[in-house]
Design a protein around this ligand. Structure first.
Ligand SMILES: Cc1cc2nc3c(=O)[nH]c(=O)nc-3n(C[C@H](O)[C@H](O)[C@H](O)COP(=O)(O)O)c2cc1C
Length: 227
């Protein structure tokens, strides 16, 4: 088994070409229990902060979880959510080998959650419906849209450094429990969880739709750019 890189080596790897990072970033759920240096986690979050937020509010907070007790508690919530949602997923995925491969990886992550060295929980401060945004749709879209660009930056930074990462939400099935576990006030909402650790496997190309399949020109359904 290869040794994880030193913090210096990992940070130096951030000069990976953007194209390579974007083309190979993917959910890495099976990670080693080896520690991840705080400097690496800090750098991931520092780069996450280069992302846009609604009205440049920068109303983000990132909880870095390393404490065993907190990981165990979030892991218990993930297991509970997975026992409901995963059962449904398994039934729907029967006969679909690609999906079953994902489900096996999720099951691994659920079973080994407490051994994952670091969890980052991106959170947002403030309400989902600020009074200065009278459209509830724009308010909600702007609320959640103010954290996910930063999460993608974090994932790309992790990928460049060879650090395994995934974006997950199931441990937050009950936001009330998640707030209690993380000591969050009611004014702070946890949005997702990014488990980080050195990969057991390797990063590789992702399977995605062809670009022409999702482009509509000027109006939905106009596939003028289809070859
Ligand atoms: C909003 C959101 C929530 C997600 N929640 C979970 C989750 O709870 N558990 C999990 O294992 N993966 C979760 N994922 C990861 C997706 O399953 C993953 O991005 C998808 O399978 C593509 O994987 P790939 O990038 O490796 O191809 C989530 C992704 C998004 C965008």
């Amino acid at each position: 088994m290869t040794q994880p890189p030193s913090a210096e080596q990992a940070l130096a790897a951030l000069n990976m070409p953007l194209l390579e990072a974007m083309m190979t970033q993917r959910a890495i759920r099976r990670v080693k229990p080896d520690p991840v240096d705080d400097a690496i986690v800090t750098k991931c979050i520092e780069l996450a902060l280069r992302a846009p937020t609604g009205s440049n509010g920068q109303n983000w907070e990132f909880i870095v979880v390393k404490d065993q007790r907190v990981k165990d508690q979030l892991g218990k919530r993930y297991r509970q959510a997975w026992s409901l949602y995963g059962g449904l997923g398994k039934r729907m995925a029967s006969g679909d080998e690609a999906m079953q491969k994902i489900l096996r990886a999720v099951q691994w992550q659920v079973d080994h959650f407490s051994e994952i060295p670091v969890l980052v929980v991106p959170c947002l401060r403030g309400g989902m419906r600020p009074p200065y945004l009278p459209s509830p749709f724009v308010a909600e879209s702007s609320f959640f849209g103010s954290i996910y660009p930063s999460v993608q930056n974090l994932l790309l930074a992790a990928r460049a450094m060879g650090l395994g990462a995934s974006l997950i939400t199931l441990p937050l099935w009950s936001v009330t429990s998640a707030r209690k576990i993380l000591g969050l006030p009611l004014t702070v909402t946890p949005v997702c969880v990014v488990p980080l650790g050195w990969p057991q496997g390797r990063y590789g190309p992702t399977t995605r739709k062809a670009v022409q399949e999702v482009i509509h020109v000027d109006s939905y359904g106009n596939r003028a750019w289809l070859p």
